[in-house]
Design a protein around this ligand. Structure first.
Ligand SMILES: NC(=O)CC[C@H](N)C(=O)O
Length: 233
C-alpha cells in the first residue's frame, strides 16, 4: 500500500509522518504542494507545520495548493485522507471537514503530551482502536480551538463524527473537548494532536500513534469493518 505525504512550503512534520507510515509497513510517496497528480497513492496524509507560513490564517493558503484539487476530488470518491494539526486546519479550510480551528483560547502555543479518548473508532484511520480507548500523543499548536455552531456540534455527535476528545485539561478550549473529527463517510479524518510523534518509545510518550497508520492499511486491505456497520453496532 502506498501512502502519500504532502509537503507544503512551511510543513514541519512531513518527515515524521513519512516515517510513521513507513513504520506501519506502507510504501511512502512524498508529494509536493504543486504536484498536479497523486501518482496512484492509496491514501494521503496532510502533515503538521506552518504551511506558507500560516500568515493569513492557518491552512487558508494551503487549501488552494494545486495538489489539494486532486486530493479534494479523491476524498469525495473515498480516498482516505488524514489531516494532522495544520493538515486538519487545511481540511476545514477546504471544506472537506466541517467547522473551523481558531486561536487557542488562552492565546498561547501549547506543546505537551495529551491524553485523548477515541470516541468513534469507525474511520479509515482509527479502526484499530476500541471505541472508548484512551491514548496519549503529543499536542502542539497555536490555533487548535475547534469551533462550530451548536447545530453542527449536535449533528457531529449524532452521526458519530467526533473521533477523539481531550481527556483532562482541554489544551486549547475546543468546543465539546473535540480533538478529532471525521467526514460523514469516515474516509477523511482531522486530528489536532500528532500521532506521527508517538510511534517509537525512544522519542515519544507512547506508540499509540502508529495505530492510525496501521488502521488505514487494514482499511485498504478490506480487513476493517465498514464504517456504517460499526456505527450501527
Ligand atoms: N503543529 C502544527 O501543525 C501547528 C499548526 C498551526 N501552525 C498552529 O500553530 O496551530
Amino acid at each position: 500500500m502506498r501512502i502519500g505525504v504532502v509537503t507544503f512550503p512551511g510543513s514541519l512534520d512531513d518527515g515524521d509522518a513519512a516515517r510513521a507510515a513507513r513504520y506501519s509497513g506502507a510504501e511512502v510517496v512524498r508529494l509536493w504542494h504543486a504536484d498536479p497528480e497523486l501518482y496512484g497513492v492509496d491514501a494521503v496524509v496532510l502533515p503538521g507545520g506552518f504551511s506558507y507560513g500560516d500568515y493569513l490564517r492557518c491552512g487558508a493558503i494551503a487549501r488552494f495548493a494545486p495538489v489539494m484539487e486532486t486530493i479534494a476530488k479523491g476524498a469525495r470518491d473515498g480516498l482516505p485522507v488524514l489531516g494532522i494539526c495544520n493538515g486538519f486546519q487545511i481540511l476545514c479550510e477546504a471544506h472537506l471537514l466541517p467547522g473551523a480551528l481558531t486561536r487557542n483560547q488562552h492565546l498561547h502555543f501549547r506543546n505537551r503530551d495529551q491524553k485523548l479518548r477515541i470516541e468513534a473508532a469507525a474511520t479509515a484511520w482509527t479502526n484499530g482502536f476500541d471505541s472508548g480507548q484512551e491514548i496519549v500523543i503529543p499536542v502542539k499548536n497555536g490555533e487548535g480551538c475547534f469551533v462550530g455552531s451548536e447545530e453542527l456540534l449536535d449533528r457531529l455527535e449524532a452521526n458519530g463524527q467526533i473521533v477523539a476528545r481531550y481527556v483532562g485539561e482541554n489544551p486549547n478550549g475546543s468546543m465539546r473537548d473535540i480533538a478529532a473529527i471525521r467526514n460523514e463517510a469516515g474516509n477523511v479524518v482531522g486530528i489536532m494532536p500528532h500521532p506521527e510523534h508517538a510511534i517509537d518509545l525512544l522519542t515519544g510518550p507512547s506508540v499509540d500513534g502508529l495505530t492510525f497508520f496501521t488502521s488505514v492499511l487494514a482499511h485498504l486491505a478490506g480487513a476493517a469493518q465498514p464504517v456504517e456497520e460499526e456505527v450501527a453496532a
